[in-house]
Design a protein around this ligand. Structure first.
Ligand SMILES: O=c1ccn([C@H]2C[C@H](O)[C@@H](COP(=O)(O)OP(=O)(O)OP(=O)(O)O)O2)c(=O)[nH]1
Length: 144
């Protein structure tokens, strides 16, 4: 599918790194590096503006390498980019490690997954159908 995008950064567009990857790596667009101290968060700009087709969303997900090596996550993971959003795509990084981490301009900070979604309408009801699970949850079937 084609998605119109404006790239105001100096970096390449988000890109799949392998033939069948689900996520496109997206890069930070920074005038200077951003230091994240332990448990600190920062909204990192990308310089990207997109026009997602109606019926689709873009999910902003963490990169496992950054998470594993440096404890870098995304606060609102997965971030949701709506089809009617015309602002800059930003990534809300958080440093979950006990060491500072410096985000560099051009660094691949997250991955974008384009996904279909339904637009649902609630149908108010007095009762719901019965199931084996019923109201059980939160480990009701055991945790092992
Ligand atoms: O990680 C994110 C999440 C959101 N957005 C942008 C695109 C999205 O369409 C818009 C609104 O996001 P969301 O609905 O998650 O924010 P909200 O807190 O509900 O704010 P709003 O009242 O603006 O909807 O912000 C980003 O750039 N990055």
């Amino acid at each position: 599918m084609l998605i119109p995008i404006i790239n105001r950064s100096t970096h390449p567009l988000p890109a799949y790194q392998t033939a069948h990857a689900a996520g496109m790596d997206v890069r930070a667009y920074l005038s200077e590096p951003v230091t994240l101290h332990p448990l600190q968060r920062a909204l990192i700009p990308t310089g990207l503006f997109m026009e997602i087709p109606v019926g689709y969303e873009v999910q902003v997900r963490p990169r496992s390498g950054l998470a594993f090596k440096h404890g870098i996550g995304i606060v609102n993971s997965p971030g949701t980019i709506d089809a009617d959003y015309r602002g800059e795509l930003k990534v809300l990084l958080v440093n979950l490690s006990d060491e500072e981490f410096v985000v560099q301009d051009g660094e691949r900070i997250a991955q974008l997954v384009v996904a279909r979604h339904e637009t649902a309408v609630w149908q108010e009801a007095a009762t719901l159908s019965e199931t084996t699970r019923g109201t059980g949850g939160y480990g009701s079937t055991g945790v092992n």
